[in-house]
Design a protein around this ligand. Structure first.
Ligand SMILES: C[S@@+](CC[C@H](N)C(=O)[O-])C[C@H]1O[C@@H](n2cnc3c(N)ncnc32)[C@H](O)[C@@H]1O
Length: 176
């Protein structure tokens, strides 16, 4: 009897997680697909030395922001995520790191003017919506690092092709 109850509970939890995944994918235009560990390492490798304020747009489950905060203890890292479960999971992940903050917010409504670096991993349709926001907010010299998708209207200063099944690339842009 207890086993049946537990199985029913598990099915309900899986259903709720899947339902929110589909809902936020539809609402935001991007599912919470995490960057691969290879991409995370490559992003850390191209971070500018002097970056003090790093903001991740759509931080998902928090893996990228946490790795960056650990690699760069001298920088303040902020992950902005709207989807509830990934945000809650990333809050749990952040425990103990004083230079890492997660906010549950629509990043289009967040002021990016103090960012030295902006990180993103979005589908191409979503990347098309970013340039007006980035051009309006970011200061000259700020760096945008994109996992995989090009940023329309900007020309990449550097492109790092990653090997492996996903054929990812890391693109680095500088605001002039
Ligand atoms: C492809 S995932 C990338 C997750 C993470 N950046 C990584 O590299 O592992 C994109 C994330 O952006 C979030 N997102 C999309 N639009 C958003 C918005 N307007 N405000 C906040 N988060 C958003 C989605 O919920 C999703 O978790």
């Amino acid at each position: 009897m207890i086993t049946v109850w537990l199985l029913n509970g598990l099915v309900i939890v899986i259903f709720l997680v899947m339902a929110q995944y589909v809902y936020y994918d539809w609402k935001l235009g991007a599912a919470a697909t995490p960057s691969s560990s290879r991409a995370i390492r490559a992003v850390i490798d191209v971070l500018p030395e002097n970056a003090k304020n790093i903001i991740e747009l759509g931080s998902g489950w928090g893996g990228m922001a946490k790795a960056v905060a650990q690699a760069r203890p001298d920088a303040q890292v902020t992950g902005i995520e709207f989807a509830l479960w990934p945000y809650l999971a990333s809050k749990l992940k952040a425990g103990g790191l004083s230079n890492l903050t997660f906010l549950r917010q629509d990043f289009f409504k967040y002021d990016l003017s103090t960012a030295d670096v902006v990180l993103c991993y979005m589908p191409p349709e979503m990347m098309e919506r970013l340039p007006p926001k980035l051009k309006a907010d970011l200061k000259s010299g700020a760096v945008i690092i994109s996992n995989s998708a090009d940023l329309p209207g900007f020309s990449a200063e550097k492109s790092v092709q990653l090997t492996g099944f996903l054929a990812e690339k890391i693109l680095v842009y500088k605001v002039v």
